[in-house]
Design a protein around this ligand. Structure first.
Ligand code: SF4
Length: 459
């Protein structure tokens, strides 16, 4: 009983978060920076922060994550980190030679109030930024927002620093990727290619955090959106943002800067969200959805129908990021499952609005976002009335063990399983994979715990 002190009785907490359903802003900024080819993320703060950000990503992806730090000591903490960052920029370009250094701030440098524009400009004036290279930054104070905010801020800084309009529009649609796995992006790129749509995906983690093992160390893996592609996003005729929490700011910045209009859709998780994404891409790229993708859809619907008797009415508790929880809950409801408890550490009105709509036919459903929407609250709800399934990141494994409840790992971080960066959850094929995971978790538990006379050979 790891969580034996969790009680069903809820006490109104004003200032205490217990086991948050989020992580810190710079983790998201560092993750997004890895999706730009030749970019080295740089954490402007103490070594401890940078180590944490890197290890959070490494533990999830099982891949080395390269990043630099300003290595604040007592002096920098008191007098500011300007000298440290200027020295770092010089060393990084001399030793590691990236195309871009993407600096994100931390709690400490934000509290000190380091002026990032002035520091980077001084580094340029001092001749520490070689010709053709760039240092960009985003502010990521972690006492507000979450890893999703940091991700959104970094993606927006890509637009502000690179997207350029030459006033010659090209027949290309930008796809701005919300927080998802490299596997999810690979599936989205496959769908776009099958539709013969010309697209630029940014950021792009394929061949970065799912790169093939070739026995050699690559400081800058082959994948990632190139600087040329990022620059060209300003000449694209349209943008589709996937996931409003992580991409809407970037889409707005691109529209303001380069007059590229945009459509905001959910991350294509599940049947309906994938339908909406493909319809948007079809309309704005002016290409039809080919029969091969329609056949993928048909197979998913067949699988959903085959699984219906075992999924119907199952009560589910979920936690994670709003951009994934929204389409995921919609998908569960479309399979007649009941997402009864949903928490997200990332707050926002849109989450509440969408959840209300999606869960309108499940009167017992409870959902909450923000700092007090934590794993402790989720466990309290489960103590009040149990669920059949848990879906969320690794932090739920203690609840799953204590409550003996089937558990499907989904989201970030997943530290205790592998494969999530190789097997997609997006598109119709990803939804089929997800459905199978859910079904198998439920049936494995049933086979293990049901009375002997109830053991079924046949599904
Ligand atoms: S101090 Fe702030 S930036 Fe550093 S790891 Fe902690 S929450 Fe993140």
């Amino acid at each position: 009983m790891l969580l034996k002190h969790t009680t069903p009785k809820e006490i109104d907490r004003k200032a205490l978060t217990i086991n948050p359903a989020k992580t810190c802003q710079p983790v998201g900024a560092m993750y997004a920076a890895l999706g730009l080819h030749g970019c080295l993320p740089h954490s402007h703060g103490s070594q401890g922060c940078c180590s944490y950000h890197r290890s959070a990503l490494t533990r999830h992806f099982k891949e080395p994550v390269m990043a630099a730090t300003s290595s604040f000591t007592e002096g920098a903490s008191v007098f500011g980190g300007s000298a440290n960052l200027i020295q770092s920029i010089n060393t990084i370009f001399t030793v590691y030679n990236p195309e871009v250094i993407a600096v994100h701030t931390t709690c400490l440098s934000e509290t000190i109030g380091d002026d990032m524009t002035a520091i980077i400009s001084k580094a340029k004036d001092d001749g520490f930024i070689p010709e053709g290279k760039k240092v960009i930054f985003c502010n990521t104070p972690s006492y507000i927002g979450t890893h999703v905010t940091g991700y959104a801020n970094q993606v927006t800084s890509f637009v502000k620093n690179f997207s350029t309009s030459t006033l010659k529009k090209k027949n290309v649609v930008n796809l701005v990727a919300g927080w998802m796995e490299p596997s999810d992006m690979r599936e989205i790129k496959r769908l776009a290619k099958e539709m013969e749509a010309r697209t630029i995906l940014f950021p792009d983690f394929t061949d970065v955090l799912d790169a093939p093992m070739d026995g050699k160390f690559h400081m800058y893996p082959a994948g990632g959106t190139t600087i040329e592609e990022m620059t060209a996003t300003g000449d694209s005729k349209f943008t589709i943002g996937m996931g409003p929490y992580s991409t809407e700011d970037a889409c707005i910045a691109l529209e303001n800067k380069c007059k590229v209009k945009f459509d905001m859709v959910d991350i294509p998780i599940g049947l309906k969200a994938t339908d909406r994404f493909l319809m948007s891409l079809s309309r704005h790229a002016n290409v039809p959805v080919p029969d091969s993708i329609t056949a993928d859809r048909g197979r998913l619907v067949d699988l959903m129908a085959d699984s219906a008797t075992n999924l119907y009415g199952r009560r589910v508790a979920l936690w994670g990021d709003p951009d994934t929880l929204i389409p995921l809950c919609e998908f569960l409801v479309s399979m007649d499952m009941r997402p009864v408890y949903v928490v997200s550490g990332t707050s926002g009105k849109l989450f509440d609005v969408r959840m209300k709509e999606i869960l309108k036919d499940i009167p017992e459903a409870k959902f909450k976002s923000g700092e007090r929407a934590d794993m402790f609250l989720m466990h309290q709800w489960i103590k009040q009335e149990g669920v059949d399934l848990l879906i969320g990141n690794t932090y739920g494994k203690y609840i799953a063990r204590d409550e003996d409840t089937p558990f499907v790992r989904f989201g970030f971080p997943i530290a205790d399983r592998s494969g999530h960066n190789y097997l997609p959850k997006t598109g119709y094929n990803g939804a089929a994979h997800l459905t199978t995971q859910i079904l198998n978790a439920l049936l494995d538990h049933q086979d293990r715990t049901c009375p002997e006379e109830k053991v079924e050979f046949q599904l």
